[in-house]
Ligand binder design. Structure first.
Ligand SMILES: *[C@@H]1O[C@H](CO)[C@@H](O)[C@H](O)[C@H]1NC(C)=O
Ligand SMILES: *[C@@H]1O[C@H](CO)[C@@H](O)[C@H](O)[C@H]1NC(C)=O
Ligand SMILES: *[C@@H]1O[C@H](CO)[C@@H](O)[C@H](O)[C@H]1NC(C)=O
Length: 254
């Protein structure tokens, strides 16, 4: 390493560090995809992330606290309201995932969605789901209190390409047996990708990345400085040696 010129040594250092960072963040995937479920539903959380052979342990977090499961997927069987909250996972070399919000409701009906914020042009799937999948009839999906879609037999309501007009508050209602039931409301936000990004959505580099860049810059400066210092010293001693040899041979000639 010390025989390499500083830029090459630095390049090797940076590439080995970025290789480690390439494993990136783990990702929590919900199966089924719905971020809102009812009591007694089953939900599987899968952790996706790179890991080296031999180290396939997975760590799970619920509202920031470690849970005992170390399996690559975490099964919530017969969900309880207490299972609501934020889930994160970390696997092998990947860093801890962003959190995924799961909401468990005690209700007869829930309007299910895969996320709350959509970009214009995206498909929106809405599902009017009943407790223990009891049959629901005469289902209406409403946006801002206005009926949007009616199904005699319960079906998902799809909006193939979201526009800003689909932004709003949604719920569904229908008959379970002879009882008229309604879900809670879901606020769906449609973002215009051409609009200037808000402060919150600006990608802000995390502090450890800034610190890393500063450290690399510092190492580069020190490394380059050392290189030239050592080189100048070597040249000096070579010149001094030449001068000495020259002086010595002149002295011999006398
Ligand atoms: C959850 O899984 C159990 C066991 O497989 C099953 O009996 C139950 O019906 C499932 N719950 C729902 C709501 O599908
Ligand atoms: C979008 O809908 C949400 C929820 O109903 C509402 O709070 C927000 O003001 C709406 N935004 C626009 C631009 O209409
Ligand atoms: C249920 O109640 C709502 C509001 O009271 C009513 O408009 C609707 O017709 C009723 N029936 C069904 C099948 O939704």
């Amino acid at each position: 390493m010390w025989h390499l010129p500083p830029p090459l040594a630095l390049l090797l250092l940076v590439s080995s560090v970025t290789q480690a960072a390439d494993h990136g963040k783990a990702v929590v995937l919900l199966d089924p995809q719905w971020v809102r479920v009812l009591q007694d539903d089953n939900v599987t959380l899968a952790c996706q992330g790179a890991y080296p052979t031999g180290d396939n342990s997975t760590h799970w977090y619920h509202n920031g606290a470690r849970i005992s499961s170390q399996a690559p997927s975490y099964l919530i069987q017969a969900a309880r309201v207490e299972d609501s909250g934020e889930y994160q996972c970390q696997r092998g070399l990947s860093t801890r995932s962003d959190s995924v919000q799961l909401e468990v409701q005690a209700n007869w009906l829930v309007l299910q969605t895969s996320k709350w914020v959509f970009q214009e042009g995206e498909l929106i799937r809405l599902r009017c789901h009943s407790w223990k999948n009891k049959p629901v009839y005469k289902v209406t999906y409403l946006q801002n209190g206005k009926p949007k879609q009616y199904f005699h037999k319960n079906s998902e309501f799809h909006i193939p390409e979201a526009t800003l007009s689909h932004n709003g508050s949604y719920f569904c209602r229908g008959l379970i047996g002879h009882n008229n039931k309604s879900s809670g409301t879901v606020d769906i936000i449609i973002q215009d990708p051409t609009a200037p990004p808000s402060i919150i959505s600006l990608p802000f580099p995390p502090w450890h990345q800034i610190a890393f860049c500063l450290l690399i810059g510092l190492l580069f400066a020190v490394d380059t400085g050392l290189y030239f210092f050592v080189q100048r010293d070597l040249q000096r001693s070579v010149v001094a040696k030449k001068e000495y040899n020259f002086k010595w041979s002149r002295d011999q000639d006398k």
